[in-house]
Ligand binder design. Structure first.
Ligand code: ZN
Length: 197
């Protein structure tokens, strides 16, 4: 639960870019880390509207391309991907509420400080993340670990699904379980799955 309640402590960065440059970046106070290399690779991905995950060992990265913007978040590996996806979905929503991005970018040149005030929005979102009710926490039993594990799932995954139950793969500690989640966020079966990739 603590990761969910205190996601701010586990985040490394949030970045909003277009093809050419960073429009907005949030990092924890005093963080001097740069993520240019990762962001350059991410920008090469042409696929829209699908979340991608990258496990760097000491950091997890989630990113998605939406229209002409690319949203990226990096966090401690303890943060489940679904939490980062939910965060980016909400950041996308609020960023587009705050700015008419299409119009701004069409000007060609704009003040670099224009998106600076979104820092406060981002701080607010991060601090109140658990209260936004974007994610459900359920418990699933893994027969391999022989433990009950918390599984976080975005509400949007279940609410926007075309059919139920919705399968979700929970990969952890070198193996994975496939969990079927119904529309009431109850799990309807858990299987051990074989993995490749
Ligand atoms: Zn397990």
């Amino acid at each position: 639960m603590s990761v969910y309640k205190n996601i701010a402590e586990f985040l490394e960065f949030i970045n909003i870019s277009n093809e050419k440059f960073t429009l907005f970046e949030w990092k924890p106070a005093r963080s001097m880390r740069r993520f240019d290399l990762d962001l350059n690779i991410i920008k090469e991905n042409p696929i829209s509207d699908i979340f991608f995950h990258k496990d760097k060992g000491n950091m997890k990265i989630v990113y998605i391309r939406k229209h002409n913007l690319i949203y990226t978040a990096g966090a401690n590996p303890r943060v489940q991907y679904q939490l980062l996806e939910a965060l980016l979905e909400y950041i996308d929503l609020k960023f587009n509420e705050a700015y008419d991005v299409e119009v701004i970018l069409s000007y060609g040149n704009f003040s670099p400080g224009l998106f600076e005030r979104f820092k406060q929005n981002t701080e607010d979102i991060i601090m109140n993340f658990a209260d936004l009710d974007l994610v459900k926490r359920i418990h699933v039993e893994c027969r391999v670990c022989n433990t009950v594990l918390p599984l976080f799932i975005k509400k949007s995954v279940i609410e926007n699904a075309e059919s139920h139950p919705v399968p979700i793969v929970y990969s952890h500690k070198g193996h994975a379980i496939l969990c079927f989640i119904d529309r009431n966020f109850q799990h309807r079966g858990i299987e051990l799955v074989n993995i490749t990739g």
